[in-house]
Design a protein around this ligand. Structure first.
Ligand SMILES: *Cc1c(COP(=O)(O)O)cnc(C)c1O
Length: 393
């Protein structure tokens, strides 16, 4: 079985910096300083007139939402975005005071808690806007919300025309619609017109609301890609970077302008060697006998598997870093275990290897793992299971 050509960066010469062993089967190390540096880089890329609202949904792409939010708040973030009420409550319970925008909720059974915890809902239908107003009237409070426009992605957001939206905003007199937002479906694809079309739709709608004196003051549309490739007309008053906060910018398709943002991954992922053994040529390895050794081989069994988030698709395809060098994953990735070929290495049981991160000049990032696994880097990061310990450095 041959491994696909690797594009991971490898330097076969020592020195490398071995990961410190930890009393965990598998863990991630998140650099607070790198999160802060990425946030700063985004802020200076967009300049002082554009608010940066980091997206910390999905437990901050598994970096740990509470810790990441603390870093960002300490660095001056005034807004954070999550997907649902539960994520927002976790931040409030941890003492986060920044405004929190809940981008994909307002379900009937979460509304009460959302408002009680001072989370700001994104409203996706005019009926929900009326409902929020009804709640505000009943309680004699003013609620704030952001209204999402479906400008062509066909997912969340209202598709009504400007006069219907204007009428609903006017009707919802006890709700302050402070934000108007939309989301792009194809912002990384510079061979597609979709982003320009969506932006034009959004701007046209905002202009019509403005002429009725009903346009919210904060317009936002840009996630990482439109920031990183400098699509300045899409920045408006606020941007919503997620991926870039964690150090990633996906490659663009077509004739993309040069990147105006440099960020670095903040997370490294390690696993401990549970067992080592030497086997002769001709031995089958793992479920399904997917790999057969071709020579005397030293196998290392790592204490992490697909239940920890190592994509099952890395079986016979991916690599990890062992003492500064790439070592191929051999056989199927199992639920709790992964086997690598460490022939020629002096690695010992209890030592750590790097699943994602850097040792010396050898590195593997989430984009590399995604290429091996046939998925996207977002999914690799979000796939790191909660049972993998988080360590903040
Ligand atoms: C997740 C999300 C973002 C952040 O996207 P990245 O590509 O990670 O920067 C921004 N806006 C919305 C609506 C999202 O759901």
């Amino acid at each position: 079985m041959k491994h696909p050509a690797s594009t991971a960066v490898e330097d076969r010469s020592p020195p490398y910096s071995p990961p410190t062993a930890m009393p965990y089967r598998s863990w991630v190390e998140v650099s607070r300083a790198q999160i802060a540096a990425n946030f700063e880089a985004i802020r200076s890329a967009v300049g002082p007139s554009v608010e940066v609202m980091p997206v910390v949904k999905a437990d901050a792409y598994r970096h740990g939402a509470v810790e990441v939010s603390r870093v960002l708040e300490a660095k001056g973030a005034r807004w954070l975005a999550v997907s649902n009420t539960e994520e927002g409550i976790a931040l409030r319970d941890a003492g986060i005071q920044a405004r929190i925008l809940v981008m994909a909720d307002f379900l009937p059974f979460t509304r009460e808690a959302m408002l009680a915890y001072d989370l700001t809902p994104v409203i996706h239908s005019l009926a929900d806007l009326a409902e929020l107003n009804r709640l505000a009237v009943t309680r004699s409070v003013r609620y704030r919300c952001h209204l999402k426009i479906d400008s062509g992605m066909g997912r969340l957001g209202v598709r009504n025309n400007a006069s219907e939206i204007a009428a609903s905003i006017r009707e919802a007199s006890e709700v302050e619609v402070e934000g108007l937002m939309t989301h792009f479906a194809s912002s990384a694809n510079y061979t597609s017109e979709q982003t320009d079309e969506q932006l034009e739709y959004f701007e046209q709608l905002a202009a019509e609301l403005r002429s009725a004196n009903l346009c919210p003051s904060v317009l936002h549309a840009s996630s990482t890609i439109p920031i990183a490739y400098g699509r300045t007309p899409a920045w408006k008053q606020m941007v919503r970077p997620g991926h870039a906060i964690y150090g990633y910018i996906s490659p663009a398709r077509g004739h993309a302008p040069p990147k105006i943002l440099q960020v670095k991954p903040a997370l490294s992922w390690r696993a401990t060697v549970l067992s080592l053994k030497d086997v002769p040529a001709g031995v089958l390895v793992g479920y399904g006998g997917m790999f057969r050794t071709e020579r005397l081989t030293r196998l290392a069994v790592l204490a992490a598997g697909y239940a920890d988030g190592i994509p099952h698709r890395l079986g016979n395809r991916g690599s990890v870093i062992v003492r500064g060098k790439l070592a191929p994953i051999v056989g199927a990735v199992s639920m709790d275990l992964t086997t690598v070929d460490v022939t020629g290495s002096e690695i010992k049981v209890g030592e750590a290897v790097t699943l994602l991160g850097r040792e010396g000049n050898t590195s593997i990032d989430a984009q590399q793992i995604a290429r091996w696994a046939g998925t996207i880097s977002y999914s690799v990061l979000c796939g790191i299971h909660a049972r993998v310990k988080r360590i903040y450095i």
